[in-house]
Design a protein around this ligand. Structure first.
Ligand SMILES: [Fe+2]
Length: 480
């Protein structure tokens, strides 16, 4: 249990230019066509690592509160460098990307030709300014032996509801990979701890302003700077509780939210939105150790029917069949385990046949170890997954780890416990804000449920509310 200071987290994040991580001081004057202020106030990010590359992201925005970021309405050259070392004495690749006003001057550099399973450092330059330095890594080669992988898992970061102490703690823990499972930001105001960044977004300008406001947070920037992220959305990236072809959300609002999401996330080109669709489900392999099946349980959901849609479900179950991974991990949005007595709405309990087909898919494919990682719930949970929801202590075929929120819901209560007699498969719950650390080795999965003392001020301790392990080929959580 140690307090993590902001300065310590930023240093650990490998950011050489500390001051550049602090949101830029706004200047009143608009830039001329040829010059602009420090454009790196939103930080940098990387994502979707493969064995030969990763996506590098930034968005030029000297004035984050302006829809155009305060940039001139023209294309701007953005230099990028990738190095073996934090000081850039061994640069392995460099190049120039074009930041286009039609993309809100965001850049997505899809690297290739890097070595597998390696750490790298990167930075950008534009208009005479240099960005913070950040760390990323490539995935191990397909099938390669991997001794261990530690990931950070987070969801539900409502800016207005508090300070992102959880992101600062996550950065200090230095995971090798971060999975963000949705509600990256909120379209609502939150609970009044901080300025949410303007009124509720409904058009492209509004969503761009909200994303930029979120990205000015130094703790979020530190978390992006520590490792590549793999992101999927939940509902609040568009609007509360949207699902499927929801007729209540206009096509223009949906297009605007999807467009802004693409612009601000370190995603590959395949996720460029086409009309009212954005391809988000995808797989990230980590050698022979783990395969992450990242799901989109929002876009193809039908009321009372499938939560994934047929095409995504076929893709998922085919993926189990093809998998040779030690751990097959779903990264997805909403509570998966069956639960008596209710919980948050819109969970897999509303789509029991979808859940049954996924779990039967594990059994039929003979996956070695099945794990579900979940966001949305705003409470940490560790759940054994029974094949028959009516027999929760029967045949356990997988494990669900639910990460709490970063801020949503406020500080919460110290009421750690379990699911009681009604839900014996719910082995642990903790109603505090935080994040999850999960370490995979060939022999076991270890989960540490990290919690922060408060989100109401910038200073908070971080502690571990509970730790569990699952042994290889022996589903069933063991408390550590
Ligand atoms: Fe949420």
């Amino acid at each position: 249990m140690h307090p993590v200071t902001r300065r310590a987290a930023l240093t650990l994040a490998g950011a050489g230019a500390l001051t550049a991580l602090v949101p830029g001081t706004a200047s009143a004057a608009r830039p001329s066509a040829d010059r602009f202020g420090d454009p790196f106030g939103l930080g940098v990010a990387s994502g979707d690592p493969g064995p030969d590359g990763v996506v590098l992201w930034t968005r030029l925005a000297p004035e984050p509160g302006d829809p155009d970021g305060g940039m001139p309405p023209r294309q701007v050259d953005v230099g990028w460098e990738v190095a073996d070392d934090e000081r850039f004495t061994r640069v392995v690749q460099n190049g120039t990307a074009l930041a286009d006003p039609r993309d809100a001057h965001s850049v997505h550099v899809e690297l290739t030709g890097l070595a597998p399973g390696r750490e790298y450092f990167y930075r950008f330059r534009a208009g005479g300014h240099i960005s913070p330095v950040a760390r990323t890594r490539t995935a191990p080669a397909a099938g390669a032996a991997v001794s261990a992988l530690t990931i950070g898992v987070a969801s539900c970061a409502n800016f207005g509801s508090g300070y992102f102490n959880a992101y600062r703690g996550l950065a200090a823990d230095e995971p090798e990979l971060v999975l963000h499972l949705g509600d990256y930001f909120y379209e609502n105001e939150g609970s009044g701890v901080r300025d949410p960044g303007g009124s509720e977004p409904k058009d492209l300008d509004g969503y761009r302003i909200r994303h930029a406001h979120q990205r000015t947070d130094p703790d979020l920037q530190a978390a992006h700077a520590v490792a590549p992220w793999v992101v999927v959305w939940d509902d609040h990236e568009l609007v509360n509780d949207w699902a499927g072809g929801d007729g209540e959300v206009s096509a223009s609002r949906r297009k605007a939210a999807f467009r802004a999401y693409w612009e601000h996330m370190p995603l590959r080109r395949r996720s460029i939105p086409r009309g009212t669709e954005l391809q988000l489900y995808r797989r990230i392999g980590w050698g022979s150790l783990a395969t992450f099946h990242m799901l989109d349980t929002r876009q193809y959901r039908t009321s009372g029917g499938s939560i994934t849609g047929d095409r995504q479900e076929d893709w998922l179950i085919d993926g189990f069949r093809d998998s040779r991974a030690g751990w097959d991990v779903l990264g997805q949005q909403v509570f998966f385990a069956p639960r008596s007595g209710g919980g948050k709405s819109q969970s897999w309990d509303d789509h029991p046949e979808s859940r049954e087909r996924v779990m039967q898919g594990w059994v039929d494919a003979g996956v070695r170890n099945a794990v579900v990682l979940t966001g949305d719930e705003h409470v940490h949970h560790a759940n054994d997954l029974p094949l028959d929801p009516d027999d929760p202590t029967g045949d356990i075929v997988g494990t669900e780890l639910v990460t709490t929120s970063v801020t949503s819901g406020g500080d919460g209560e110290d009421d750690s416990g379990d699911g009681g007699d009604e839900n014996p498969h719910i082995r642990f719950r903790a109603d505090r804000r935080g994040y999850l650390l999960a370490t995979f080795t060939p022999a076991e999965l270890r989960a540490d449920f990290r919690t922060v003392d408060t989100v109401k001020s910038e200073d908070s301790g971080v502690s571990t509310a509970g730790s569990f392990a699952v042994a290889d080929r022996e589903p069933g959580l063991q408390e550590i």
